[in-house]
Ligand binder design. Sequence first.
Ligand code: C5P
Length: 305
Amino acid sequence: MLTMASSPNGLTVRAPAKVNLTLRVLGTRPDGYHALESLVAGVTLFDTLHLALDDGMSLACSGAAAGADVPAGDANLVLRAARVLRETCGVGEGARLALEKHIPPGRGFGGGSSDAAAALVGLNALWDTGLGREELARLGATIGSDVPLFLGPPLAVMRGRGEEIEPARGRSSWHLVLAWPDFGLSTADVYAAYDRLPAKEDGGPSAADLLDRLDGLAREAKPFLVNDLEPAADSIRGARPGLRAVLEAAGAEAVGMTGSGSAYFAAADTEADARRWADAARSGGATTYLARLLGDGIEQQEISP
Ligand code: C5P
């Protein structure tokens, strides 16, 4: 779901956000991670990574989401991806990287993982290291569970700890309101909270159930937008504002939480509905973005609120 283009000084990679339209936790794995099944879609909210050859390695961040929550130095997944590729392929040269950050971190949009995937793809081209997508995905999985997702198509079913990607085909004309509060949630904390909650009963809708309905009306998808991590995210959020209630009070029916939160999305059949619900979420203190699902028909169209 990444797109790469050459630029005057090197390369530019557009790194989209993702939304987990469904997320089922199927159990705990021997390695301590959780086994998942999730229908995941790329959406039209992007970071942009600029890459140019250089002697050393450097990363500069700019953009609306480049605040204190975006780690600097080697804790940034972009630099970690660069180091992993350099060490794996014995690369001698470096790169000057500039990241325009619009995907807010800690909200469940996978921005850091998308940036890491963009770094792998961009540096693989810049340094001419010649790795295939599968090799890049294997390296990506060592950086974060979500990284391989971004090296695949814009719609996929994710399994395992997130690294098993099954491409999916689907068309949807939904308008998505993305809404996030002024606090993020740590993925590790949300999974730990999930383990403290009583085990849920098996059953409920699967990724395939929603996939069959992506081309239908958004409001009919309501029963299928399940995210098993939502009660865990709620338990950490405590009394801080929950966006599900705000979006539903404004009239949204198909509302879901993405990833481990704290962001929510609402699927609308018309842009007018989406704008109305976004207004309500902003009045409730959230930041919003109107997006579409990437994929057939809608490729790289960008819509802002
Ligand atoms: O792989 P990643 O570093 O993105 O995961 C962050 C944390 O989220 C992990 O350390 C783990 O606690 C939790 N996690 C999990 N099961 C998954 C993915 C992540 O328990 N499938």
